[in-house]
Structures are given as C-alpha cells and as structure tokens.
Design a protein around this ligand. Sequence first.
Ligand SMILES: C[C@H](CCC(=O)NCCS(=O)(=O)O)[C@H]1CC[C@H]2[C@@H]3CC[C@@H]4C[C@H](O)CC[C@]4(C)[C@H]3C[C@H](O)[C@]12C
Length: 324
Amino acid sequence: MCTAATYTTDSFYFGRNLDYEFSYGDEVTVTPRAYPFSLRCMGDFRTKYAMIGMAYVAGEYPLYYDAVNEKGLGIAGLNFVGNAIYHPAQDGKSNVAQFELIPWLLGSCATLAEARTLLAKTNIVNIPFSEQLPLAQLHWLIADKTGSIVVESTADGLHIYDNPVGVLTNNPPFPQQLFALNNYRALSPRTPAVAFADGLDLPVYSRGLGALGLPGDLSSQSRFVRAAFVRMNAKSGSSEAESVGQFFHILHAVEQQRGCCELDGGKYEITLYTSCCNADKGIYYYTTYGNHQITAVDMHRENLDGDRLVRYPLVQGEQIALQN
Ligand SMILES: C[C@H](CCC(=O)NCCS(=O)(=O)O)[C@H]1CC[C@H]2[C@@H]3CC[C@@H]4C[C@H](O)CC[C@]4(C)[C@H]3C[C@H](O)[C@]12C
C-alpha cells in the first residue's frame, strides 16, 4: 500500500508514502537534461526538463517511483494490483512502457495541462523492463500547482480522472475511492451539533468528536478517506519549514507501523520512506522508517545539463540530538 498527496502553501508540495515489505535499494536520483533515454517503442528521447525523485537505478537506468521536474510537475506510481492492465503497441498512439511513463512525461511536459494533452494519445505498453523486473501493476497521481489527475490503464484502455482531493492510495479504482467519501460527508474538524434525535442530551465530553467515524485502519480505502480528510483540513504557516513539516504530518497520519499489517511468511508491510518535494524549488525531502530526521537533496545544486545520473543513497538510522 502507498499513499500520495499534494499540498499548497506559498509553494507546491508533492510526495508519498512508499509502503512495502522490502526495499529495492531506493536512491534519490537526479536525471539531468542530456541523459540519453532510449524508449522501447519510440527510440531516442532527450528530456527538455531535468527531474528529481526516488528511483531504483538498474544498470544506469532510473526506475522512478515518484519524481518532480524542474517546472513543478510531479508524478507518483502506486500499486494497483489486479486492475492495472497494459496493452500491446497501437498505431497512431504514443506507446510508452510502464517504467518509462514517469521520465517521458516529466521530461516532456512543463505543466499538468501539457501532460493531459500527451496522455490523450498515450498507450501504456506491456513491455517489462527486464525478466528480473517484470511489469509493476500501478496507477499514477500527476499534479502541479493547478490541480491533480489520476491515470489508470485498465482492460478497456487509459482513463484520466480529475482528482479534487489531491490524494491517491491503491485499490479499488479511483472513481470508487472518491465515491466512498460520500459516506463521510457528516465528518468535520468542528464539534458537531446534535442531529442524532430530538430530545436527547448528548454533551460534548471530548474535543475531536467531529471526525468520529474517520476510518483508522490501514486498508487502502480507509487510508484514502483519512488522508483526504487530513490533507483537505490541514492548516500550516507558509514558510518552507512549516509547510514541509505539515506535509510530513499529513502523510504520517496514514503511515504503517511494523507489526500492524502482516503478510505471509512472517513479513510486515511498513512505510519504507515518506517524501515531500517542493516542486517549485526542486528540493526532495524525505524521512525513512528508521530515520525521522528530514534529509533533503536540491536538484539545483547539481549540473542539470549533464548526461549522467546523480544518485544519493538514503540516510538511514535515527539522528538523535542529545540535549545535555
Ligand atoms: C512496491 C511499490 C508499490 C508499493 C505499494 O503500493 N505496495 C503495497 C502493496 S498493495 O497495495 O497492498 O498491493 C512499487 C511502486 C513503484 C514500483 C517500481 C516502479 C519502477 C520499476 C518498474 C518495474 O516494472 C519493476 C521494478 C520497479 C522498480 C517497481 C518496483 C515496485 O513495484 C514499486 C517500487
């Protein structure tokens, strides 16, 4: 399971929780403009825009999980198991392999509007990266400061949905996720008036009663509702530190603690990392399961005209400031 979200103060922020039982060896990776991509169906591709994000680098190729480009467009891929279906190449379409979608869109588009235009004639092709790294069944949150969309490739083709809450988790398909919010229309950050029945005295014995019924479990539908509630109601100061701090609070509201989501073979799904990009400034902030101190990589401190990937292994282990 994973959760991705957007947030706007003075800057536009984009990030995600990556929830899984093991890490592929994730690195914060900058792809400069002259990096030579060779697309499986469309051949040589030079990006217009550099990007920064979390990737597993396989043989010098950046397999991005989430990234933003230097123009402030962001994309995150999240599991969509059992629903994601990719298709054979089609004439008259831009045929992009699933693992190429992030670099192709971020390398080509400055805005969400441009991404929508490209996606209208895109076909996500069922070509795996390699035998060892088969197709991942994903769907994507794509966003800039003007809004966000969800892209799902299913049996009947490519779907693009407007996303009014700026949040994505996993199954079921996005329209069902969004519809489920209707069930929570009475929830509020304010103390509710009594509507239960006439003539009953139900005193306000606690703060926080307005959100009683907000689902607290780790299922993807519940995380969607909880993340949407927190993200839509979250308030913060507009400084960089306050905004980034608040963004991590939003995603930590749906994080997975080791032990609470058990898988076969004695494994547990945990939030391996949480990311928060300042998409306007190209700064990638992250925490990991074992390191709550925020670490950051600024793409503009690298040579963005280069042709080689710049890679930063994640800083692991708690950084505790001893106060005495
Ligand atoms: C596991 C993650 C989803 C986390 C998640 O949602 N877990 C809950 C399970 S569930 O919701 O309960 O089902 C996903 C998200 C992005 C993925 C990579 C994308 C690039 C690349 C694509 C290649 O084709 C295969 C290898 C590759 C490195 C991928 C590995 C893995 O697949 C990644 C990390």
